[in-house]
Write a protein that binds this ligand. Structure first.
Ligand SMILES: Nc1nc2c(ncn2[C@@H]2O[C@H](COP(=O)(O)OP(=O)(O)OP(=O)(O)O)[C@@H](O)[C@H]2O)c(=O)[nH]1
Ligand SMILES: [Mg+2]
Length: 195
């Protein structure tokens, strides 16, 4: 009998699963925090290096409600063995790259291409998010893309954006992509390759 109230039960199709990878200190947890709260990270937000994987439910209020299940992974070298285990379950791969500290750009490229060799994710869309854009003016995203050899990736939709968890620069672009892929998943639509 029940109480007569029916809530709309979530199905697997209603939830977009996003796996977030990237080197340590590249801003993964800060980005996830912004998505969770739809707000900038607060000055009191304490960033602690992530160990293992944290699954976070996120609801974005766009024209329709977007439900995300985000897997925020630790980025340290000794944590990265966990990454491949998350790939199968993810609808999207999001990879963060520090756009200011370029010392580790080669390591980031290596880590990204290691991930993409996994055949189980061959057509999964990739979001490359260049973080910390508030720290310097006139960041050249083309140079960053070239340094990472992103033009070599042709087997999946790939989106790139500059993002700041301090100013929320890039937040709308990321949310819009989530809305698009959420719609594709729900309605079984073909994903286009958008460069
Ligand atoms: N100025 C600025 N600092 C940021 C931004 N995003 C993250 N940070 C800082 O960068 C540091 C690392 O951020 P995290 O989000 O913890 O990085 P992470 O990728 O989750 O790191 P691990 O969990 O160790 O893999 C923290 O001190 C953040 O405050 C940003 O957009 N702008
Ligand atoms: Mg983290």
């Amino acid at each position: 009998m029940g109480c007569g109230c029916y809530s709309h039960a979530s199905t697997d199709k209603d939830i977009l699963r996003v796996a977030v990878f990237g080197l340590e200190n590249s801003g993964k947890t800060s980005l996830v925090q912004c998505l969770r709260t739809s707000n900038k990270i607060s000055k009191t937000f304490k960033n602690i290096s992530t160990h293992g994987v944290i699954a976070v439910n996120v609801h974005l209020n766009m024209q329709t409600n977007i439900n995300l299940l985000i897997f925020d992974c630790g980025g340290c070298k000794h944590q990265r063995h966990i990454w491949p285990h998350l790939l199968n379950n993810a609808d999207l791969i999001l990879f963060t790259v520090d756009s200011i500290d370029l010392t580790y750009l080669n390591d980031a490229k290596q880590a990204l291409f290691d991930l993409l060799t996994d055949e189980s994710i061959i057509d999964k869309p990739l979001f490359v998010v260049f973080t910390k854009s508030d720290k310097r003016k006139n960041i050249n995203i083309n140079q960053l893309e070239q340094a990472l050899d992103l033009f070599m990736i042709k087997d999946r939709p790939i989106h790139k954006v500059l993002f700041s968890s301090i100013t929320l620069d890039g937040f709308t672009a990321i949310s819009t992509w989530f809305a698009y892929y959420s719609h594709c998943k729900l309605h079984g639509k073909q994903k286009e390759i958008i460069q």
